[in-house]
Every structure is written in C-alpha cells, then in structure tokens.
Unconditional design. Structure first.
Length: 151
C-alpha cells in the first residue's frame, strides 16, 4: 500500500533531490513504497529520457569520490558500487592502493597508538576497508620495521 498520494515519478524525483540514485536503487525504493511495477517502469524510462537517471555517469562520480577519499581499497569500492547497482568504470591501481593503505594505517596509529602493538587488529582494520592482501602486507611490514617507537 502506498504511503503517499505522489506518483512514482514524483516520488523518484523526491529521492533524486537528495543524491544521485542508480536505476536499481530507485526501482527498489519505489517498490518498497508500494508502487506498481508498470508505474515504476514508466517512471524510470521518463527519468532516463530527461537525463535524471544515468548509471554510467553516476558510476564515474561515485568511483571518483570513493577513490579520492584514499581510505578504501579497490575491493571495498567495487563491492559498494555493486550494492548500488553500478559497474565500476575502472580499478584503483595496485601501487596507489598500497600507498593509501600505508598512509591510512600510519594516520590511524596517531589516533590509536595501541594499534602499533596489535598486528592482528591493524590487519583487520585494513581488511575491513577493502585493501588487497599485498597492500596490507606492505603497510604492516612498514609499520613493524620502519617506524621507531616514541619515547
């Protein structure tokens, strides 16, 4: 049952007012709001026609935004985009991913100095952020060999 008197098109425009949405996200949200499949389809086609829904452009924007934050690995970015119904336009280069992992871990140690003493927690932190095993290995080897202890 619909919760509002809005048409599916109006509801989709309302959703798009806050942030870009993929076609998959809009379909799911409109369906959750009780709109009929045929009405959703017509609305999506109209939105595409007017350029309000463009998954390819949105994918590039989302990928660029996540990559520029420099706190996520490639697998996290790919998974996040897939959840939104988007195909990532490319991958984060391995060298960039390694550099980001090292910098992120060094920054995290400034906030949580105890992380320096817990190899497992440091590795888990980077793993949850979607960094590759080679990036994690390099970051941990730098952490546990190259950083002098503070006195």
């Amino acid at each position: 049952m619909k919760k509002t008197d809005r048409t599916a098109y109006e509801a989709a425009l309302h959703l798009l007012k806050y942030r870009g949405q993929s076609e998959k996200e809009l379909r799911r949200k409109l369906k959750d709001r009780g709109y009929e499949e045929s009405e959703i389809e017509k609305s999506i086609e109209k939105l595409k026609h007017y350029g309000y829904v463009d998954d390819e452009s949105l994918a590039e924007d989302v990928f660029r935004a996540l990559r520029n934050r420099k706190c996520y690995g490639d697998s996290y970015i790919q998974r996040k985009m897939k959840d939104q119904g988007l195909n990532a336009p490319s991958h984060v280069p391995e060298e960039e991913e390694r550099k980001n992992a090292v910098n992120l871990l060094l920054g995290r140690i400034k906030i949580y100095p105890g992380l320096r003493d817990d190899y497992r927690k440091a590795a888990s932190f980077l793993l949850r952020r979607g960094f590759s095993s080679s990036a994690i290995h390099e970051a941990l080897s730098i952490l546990y060999t190259d950083i002098p202890e503070d006195d």
